[in-house]
Design a protein around this ligand. Structure first.
Ligand SMILES: C[S@@+](CC[C@H](N)C(=O)[O-])C[C@H]1O[C@@H](n2cnc3c(N)ncnc32)[C@H](O)[C@@H]1O
Length: 324
């Protein structure tokens, strides 16, 4: 039971069910790569439901420090509750912001991380919640925001983007060759009625895209991926994180170190090539500049057992480096 996290029995049951059913991906690879030691400081850029954070916090112990970041205030609170509920919990601090803000937020706390993890994308509880509007299989409002205080929802995007803007977003972030056709269909449909529901948009896409009998992927999949990436500026945030990690790696041994300790270990878990490509490139640049060494295989992926029991792990790729 989290200390101070839930207020009634229903809340407690929900917390337990969510916490117990949530399996953090590549957990043993993350632990082996970040190699936490009692008393160290851990920055979790994507706290989620606190699965990775709790496992690492258990090793850090009461002299350790865990800094949790998340754009989703409710996940951040769940993760903090889960870590604080551990026996001999470390100090837990929370930051409700994008991980792109890590450097100045950690500077404000006077902290330098020995380990950093970013487990990108959405958490299972966000995807499963129809009210978040992420799934074309469940009817819900076309929202898609990780941060419910952010301005742009997917419904606003679909209502306001021009045809070229929609085409380019669906092509770039959904990698869908039918992007022009889908954009045209969205523009035609929104002239008749506002597009406000997930299933409504999915039907518009399905009707616009020719489907071969052998197609196993729903035609809406790629457009939904594109919209959530744009709504949450997922690639912009990742690029900003990679830039700050590179700057911090360069500064780590200098007179003005930033938010990483000199031999910090950094892991990033990506779920598709739009995320993995920039991570791979940024890490290779640091390695070839002699500022970091690779940890383990590049990338580390799920064992057949984990892929079987945790479907989310099937596409997960962990890349990890240690600053030198
Ligand atoms: C895959 S989940 C993390 C799961 C977590 N590792 C665990 O074990 O429970 C990703 C989380 O990162 C958050 N997130 C995604 N992008 C973010 C960003 N740019 N800044 C902060 N949090 C972000 C999401 O809201 C979500 O809660």
């Amino acid at each position: 039971m989290p200390k101070g996290g839930v207020e009634d029995a229903e809340g407690a049951i929900h917390w337990f069910v969510t916490a117990l059913s949530h399996q953090p991906v590549l957990l043993s690879d993350v632990l082996a790569s970040l190699a936490p030691v009692a008393g160290q400081t851990y920055l979790d850029c994507t706290a989620g439901l606190g699965g990775h954070a709790a496992a690492i916090a258990a090793i850090l112990g009461p002299r350790g420090r865990v800094i949790l970041m998340d754009l989703d205030a409710s996940n951040l609170a769940s993760a903090a509750a889960r870590v604080r509920a551990l026996p001999d919990a470390p100090l837990v601090e929370t930051i409700h912001a994008s991980f792109a803000e890590a450097p100045h937020r950690l500077a404000a706390l006077g902290a330098r991380a020995d380990m950093v993890l970013a487990d990108l994308g959405f958490a299972s509880n966000q995807v499963d919640d129809a009210a978040r509007g992420l799934s074309f299989m469940r009817d819900g409002p076309l929202d898609m925001r990780m941060n419910s205080t952010a301005r742009l929802t997917a419904a606003e995007l679909v209502a306001t983007f021009s045809e070229p803007q929609l085409t380019s977003a669906i092509r770039q972030f959904g990698e869908d060759r039918h992007a022009p056709r889908i954009a045209r269909a969205i523009i035609a449909a929104r002239r008749l009625a506002p597009i406000e529901r997930t299933t409504q948009l999915a039907e518009i896409i399905r009707a616009a895209v020719p489907r071969a009998p052998a197609d196993t992927i729903d035609p809406a999949t790629r457009t939904f991926q594109a919209l959530r990436i744009v709504v949450n500026d997922e690639i912009g945030n990742l690029d900003a994180l990679l830039d700050t990690l590179s700057d911090a790696a360069r500064a780590a041994r200098g007179p003005r170190p930033m938010f990483l300790s000199p031999s910090a270990r950094v892991g990033i878990i990506a779920f598709h090539s739009l995320e993995d490509r920039p991570v791979k490139q940024a890490f290779l640049t640091l390695i070839s500049a002699g500022l970091a060494t690779p940890i383990g295989e590049q990338p580390q992926t799920a064992t057949p057992d984990e892929a079987h029991t945790n479907p989310r792990a099937r596409s997960a790729k962990l890349r990890a480096i240690a600053l030198t």
